[in-house]
Ligand binder design. Sequence first.
Ligand code: HSE
Length: 452
Amino acid sequence: MIHGSLFPAASDASDVSGDGALRVGLMGTGVVGSGTCQVLARNANLIAQRAGRPIRLVMATARNLLKAAQVLGPDVALVSDPLTLVRHPGIDVVVEVMGGVTLAKALVMEAIAHGKHVVTANKALLAEHGTEIFAAADARGVMVAYEGAVAVSIPIIKALREGLAANRILEVVGIVNGTTNFILTQMQEAGLSFESALRLATELGYAEADPTLDVSGMDAAHKTALLAAIAFGADLPLDQVHVQGISTLDPFDMVCAQALGYRIKLLGMARQRSDALELRVHPALVPEKHLLAQVPGAMNGIWVNADAAGPTFHYGAGAGSQTTASAVVADLIDVARLASADFSKRVQHRSLPASAIRSWHILPIGQVASRHYLRFAQDERLACLTGWLQDLGVDVQQWTHVQHPEVASHDAWVVLTPSLTGDVLVDALAGLRHRSGGLVPVAVWRVEDLDL
Ligand code: HSE
């Protein structure tokens, strides 16, 4: 532990003021941690009124303690060992915004074992270990609040668990990764290369410490698994989410999609199909008039279709410092209000009691039906394409020729198929290749025809 005039001793974390404040220990003072400090300080009075008592940051731990001291100011005890913080009797709630999984899990479990409530924005942690963490929290009677883990500034967890609690959720389709939406928007509208757009997203604090998580679609998969867990009472089926990122997306496909009246977005989808779930993350064509197609930059948008409410659309910042802090502090306010409430009166971690959480059958991607977009490079055999496809049972609905306005070699025919499963499409494309003597599409993407 470091202490001195700049670092008050950890024992100072006790409630010396006697005003019943919620005493917060902060793990991580990077983008989200520093935003949390700023929001807690700036809106302290308002937050105290809404929470029914002050919320006081009393202790913190960070990789770089000197830098953390500048962020936190002199009133927060800084400790170098996070175990000191999660075990400290003067802490009521631990805010975990350090990221990563292995150490974060050990510390969160230790905090729970010591009777601390936990607020976290760590989607990877909960998507991978949520079942165990929520069970431990239930057994200890503490809350694990995680609004900041999904679509940061959008209160989608509150919307699903509380606002839409009367409904059966039918589908949740969202742009839930700010970094990739920022990259796609910059590529489409500002003509930036993938690399430049990613660099900019990292500079702006949107990307993960390891941006592969964003680009590969894994970050969106973590969030989609959490949304599915809440919406459908699913047992966090992360390993069954079909995931495809944006790195294989050719910017020319954005031009072609636009020519057909679509935008390409990285979507996270959880949808009930009879007694099974579709669960997937991949780039998809979205009709350009749909609200999801219009979500720009690092913003997120989530489309929820529910049996009583019908469709609702939830929009807001998907990444950033104070934007995530907004959710973290809202969770702290919930903890401040509910910490003393009877356990059974609190909202369940995944909306349903653990006994009602089930392992859904997740449809293999080959059995998921949708329309498909196929792009073929210019080839004289294309004159026969729609006829061949029709013979193979694929009745092409829409096709067009696209010539890139600036790149002469980018000259393509693009085709939209009727709705068919991935397996049927693979068979049809094998048939096309055989019949045509080698004709294959250079790009294949799914089309999501959502209701407007
Ligand atoms: N890297 C994440 C994103 C941060 O871009 O969405 C917010 O979860």
